[in-house]
Design a protein around this ligand. Sequence first.
Ligand code: ADP
Ligand code: MG
Length: 251
Amino acid sequence: MNTPKIEVAALKKQFGDHVVLRDINLKIDPGAVVALIGPSGSGKSTLLRCLNLLVVPNGGRIRIGSDAFDFDGAKAMPKPKAQAKFRSNTGMVFQHFNLFPHMTVLQNVMEGPVSAKNMHKGEAEAIARRLLAKVGLADKADAFPNRLSGGQKQRVAIARALAMEPEVMLFDEATSALDPELVSEVLSVMRDLAAEGMTMIIVTHEIAFAREVADRVVFMRDGVIVEEGPAREVIDNPRQEATRSFLSHFH
Ligand code: ADP
Ligand code: MG
């Protein structure tokens, strides 16, 4: 038995009176790919954001690799240094790419290692060029983001996240804002990462992709995990009525 790479226990988050995550319990094995699906507003983005402390939970516990935080009790808020270390365990890719517009593609990918890890520029550049080649954009190193298609921008965003050498990649609807013809080039990079053994949580509405690439599917609704299991079982034979109803919209 592997020790899970990610362990979430009794996680809670509310914004004012609005409870968004009720009691989330989740274990993810090293190298596993988990597709997180569910209706809009069910708390998927909030869960991913808790995992890298963009949102601070109101209770529960998160462990990623060897870093754990307990959000119950008086010392709930981690110190800035511990927060930064915890955050560096995960690389996050958003629906909107958030590339730095005044930097070239190469500079965008080098920025994290140079400014957050004090890496020498030469070393950061070598890593950035290798990652740009990996996402199929070696020839765009000197371009500015506004010269790229949405699919290319998103691939740069993936390279930028990978440059920090995270243990886990989190994708929040990474293809939802793309023109349909650009979706597959981004999914293809994600598929390669999965095949290399990267641990990933993918929030997606690409159900066919989830079925093909994910090991497990987690279905959330109203801040609760309603159903979870092997991807094909959940997608082909959902046990819960809520899951069945949600999936019926994709046929
Ligand atoms: P999903 O990603 O599944 O669509 P979200 O996690 O974005 O769901 O949102 C879940 C609920 O939390 C929604 O009702 C949303 O309005 C609310 N919410 C998310 N972020 C905030 C915030 N920063 N402040 C207040 N409410 C929020
Ligand atoms: Mg969302």
